[in-house]
Write a protein that binds this ligand. Structure first.
Ligand code: 13P
Ligand code: SF4
Length: 416
């Protein structure tokens, strides 16, 4: 079972405002902070969170709870709070909807009567909610520094440079060939500007639940796909579709021509961006073997952002929502070692005491950016709304939103 005393960073005991800018103790520029992404380098243009009023930082957990509940009641139907599965319990308990990133964006869009959509999750999720919601709805991210280190591994300039190189090497669409040379597919965990790029270039968005169907759709229209930003979801999907190893290549944006040869690119059917999730790449085959040695009847279930060898060693792999569903539907008395974010794993364990559920990783190491959303920020954004002030709005410009929506709508039309 997870030893809760063993954390990956002593900083996890601290509230996240020590990372807000500007402050004497914080390093210049954006940082991910303690947790799984602590060694990843945040890009210089990543959003930062300015200091919230000091009174919020001094409030006890009980006072924050009371004030959040009061502000929520005063805002009534004008407000919807969305809580991603990876958020801490102190946030999730106030969520009107709890779910994965895409489901939450859809639920937000369906609540057209709500003026304010407070997205307790990370930046790309708030952007997607803004793209899918109506003009009059305002999307708010309680802590602007809650990005996603994986999404940050693909920036627009690098993807456009890759696209232009691929056009040079692989050529352009030809009228005598029904397949275009390459189709861009972006994972939901990406900036709105990259979803818009896919929309413009005939590509689509995918989630971890429908990646196989979307990639198959792409390969029916193109000789190959450019899949970003997660190499691991890309490889797991490609291998699930029966790809041979030599049909899969990894594009490293730091190297000329992605570190690849023209031959390798011409042969490839899957060009995977070199990006990863530092939460899910912590899981290892050794952890799976240890769980099985200690509990021969254990079921191992992992997210497809894990490395392929881990997915191959597990009993099941599935998106966040699929993990929740599979464990919920399992009979009482079953045992589950789970390879996903610790807040979700602990919550599943608390909600289903008739099953044994624990994290595959014995070290407690949450998603660094989800961790940045603390109740003090939620209280601040809600009380600001009560006072008639919108803080921390996430807005996607209309042209980007138009094309991103096209890529999202294409995904929705793909049966899967
Ligand atoms: P979901 O799309 O399942 O919510 O996953 C988001 C995420 O960040 C997984 O690491
Ligand atoms: Fe990004 Fe991974 Fe955190 Fe999900 S768990 S938000 S992919 S860093």
């Amino acid at each position: 079972m997870t030893d809760l005393s063993q954390n990956c960073s002593a900083g996890l005991a601290e509230p996240p405002w020590s990372l807000d800018a500007p402050s004497a103790s914080s390093p210049p520029g954006p940082v991910y902070g303690p947790g799984a992404s602590q060694d990843d380098v945040a890009p210089p243009d990543a959003p930062v969170q300015g200091p919230i009023p000091s009174r919020y930082r001094r409030m006890s957990a009980a006072e924050l709870d009371d004030r959040i509940a009061t502000a929520r009641a005063r805002l009534g139907k004008r407000l919807v709070i969305l809580g991603h599965h990876y958020q801490r319990d102190g946030i999730v308990k106030f969520a009107d909807f709890r779910g994965d990133s895409f489901k939450l964006s859809q639920q937000a869009a369906a609540r057209g009567d709500a003026e304010y959509l407070v997205f307790c999750g990370v930046h790309f999720m708030a952007e997607s909610a803004d793209v899918l919601s109506a003009e009059h709805q305002v999307v708010i991210l309680p802590n602007l520094a809650a990005g996603c280190s994986m999404a940050d591994m693909a920036n627009k300039e690098d993807v456009l440079a890759c696209w232009s190189e691929l056009g040079r090497v692989l050529g352009q669409a030809r009228s005598d060939d029904p397949l275009v040379p390459v189709m861009p597919i972006t994972y939901m965990n990406s900036a709105a500007s990259l979803k818009a790029f896919c929309g413009r270039e005939g590509g689509a968005v995918c989630t971890s639940s429908n990646a196989r169907a979307v990639v198959e759709w792409g390969l029916a229209r193109a000789s190959r796909v450019l899949f970003f930003p997660d190499e691991h979801l890309g490889r797991n999907t490609a291998l699930d579709l029966g790809a041979r190893d030599d049909e899969i290549v990894v594009w490293d944006p730091a190297k000329p021509l992605g570190g690849l040869t023209t031959d390798a690119l011409e042969r490839a059917r899957f060009i995977l961006w070199r990006g990863w999730c530092s939460v899910h790449t912590r899981f290892t085959v050794e952890q799976v073997e240890r769980a099985r040695a200690e509990h021969p009847d254990v079921n191992v279930i992992v997210h497809p952002e894990c490395r392929h060898e881990v997915v191959a060693a597990a009993n099941f792999a599935g998106s966040t929502e699929q993990i929740v569903r599979v464990i919920r539907e399992a009979p009482g008395g079953t045992k589950w070692a789970v390879g996903t974010e610790i807040n979700l794993v602990r919550r599943l364990a608390d909600e289903m005491p008739d099953k044994s559920i624990w994290c595959l990783d014995p070290v407690v190491c949450p998603c660094s950016t989800m961790y940045r959303v603390h109740p003090a920020y939620l209280c601040w954004v809600l009380e600001s709304l009560v006072e008639g002030r919108v803080v921390n709005q996430v807005r996607v410009d209309p042209t980007t939103a138009h094309w991103a929506r096209i890529a999202l709508d294409r995904m929705l039309q793909i049966p899967g």
